[in-house]
Design a protein around this ligand. Sequence first.
Ligand SMILES: Cc1ncc(COP(=O)(O)O)c(C=O)c1O
Length: 405
Amino acid sequence: MVSDFLHPFAKPTRTDFRTLVRGQGSVVYDNHGNQYIDAMASLWYCAVGHGRSDMAEAIARQAGTLAAYSTFDPFTNEPAEELAQKLVAIGPIPKSRIFFTSSGSESVDTAMKLARLAHVQAGHPERTLIISRQRGYHGTTYGGTSAQGIPPNREGYGPLVGDVEQVAADDIEAMATLMAQRGNTIAAVLVEPLQGAGGVFPPQDGYLQSLRRLCDQHGSFLIFDEVISGFGRLGTWFAADHYKVVPDLMTFAKAVTSGYQPLGGVFVGPAVRAPLEADANFFLRTGFTYSGHPTACAAALKNIEILEREDLLARAVHIGKRLSSGLKSLADDGLIASVRGDGAVWAASHHPNRDPMMIRDKMLDLGVITRAIGADANTFCPPLVTSDAQIDQIVDTLATVLSAL
Ligand SMILES: Cc1ncc(COP(=O)(O)O)c(C=O)c1O
């Protein structure tokens, strides 16, 4: 019998889910006492590790003071103000402001809306086109569904948001051609600097720099979707720092709280701010009930403090080197076809006719959580507190499973 819970991204008929009950560091436990190394940081987000009492205490303290309150006009709260200030200070866009949401999808939708709205406020309502990339993942609300470049995720949901188009992921010429055709009707180009859920594809050399130039040339905003790459995954606070390209809008979620509370948001850079702030009578009509939720913001402040105190950005670089060299040795041994990734997020790409879902399940049985992505890959994005021994165990478990096939 199926349970009352209709699961996201799952077959509605599945009945045998694994019930997780507890987590500690990079390990989670199920209700039968089995333990798993969480080589995916849950869903790319648990940077500081599971089961942390310092996170629980910060959340409990805020929940017992002012758990939640709207930040719609005329209200604000201290954790939201303090977090916005901290984010602007560590963020890559000078003079930006922060719009808060509760998820990556809400952040993507908001960035798309703000891009179009800023052009309207600047006197250019004709600028509506949003260009994104094939293989991109931008969430599952209608905006993100319309912008994402993974075809099966778009099918069956009726008409999507209008004037949103995808181009091939690594093809700067295709992007340049479409931008030249649509010129002054472009609102924004929306990309993940490193494509994550589409299969972990880092940008080709110079791609993001060329994109920045094209956007400037055509008066388009550049939106980075940093829902996975933000908060240390690539060894810098944001991928924008790592790849040295500054966007106009930048989404975040996931590792901003390491998942201890649902929180997301958008960095709104000066080019977008200026038209929104130009008319003192203009009223911004978008936002979410939980935008600037004080308990979620308190969790983010503690999470960022931990990332800094425990030097987890540097740890990401170390984890990435150890993990990628382990995976590369499996490629050298012919167990996998190739390896791709950057920082502390990697994919093992399999030989043809290998089933990543079956490999995922066999690894689960041996106590390691990976994700099966697309037709070819298993992905790895461990918490930034993962030990060297745990990294080695992740690689060894993959090797064990592949050797037995
Ligand atoms: C790049 C990117 N954008 C947006 C999203 C959607 O975030 P959420 O699932 O929190 O709505 C994700 C989720 O994986 C993501 O990886």
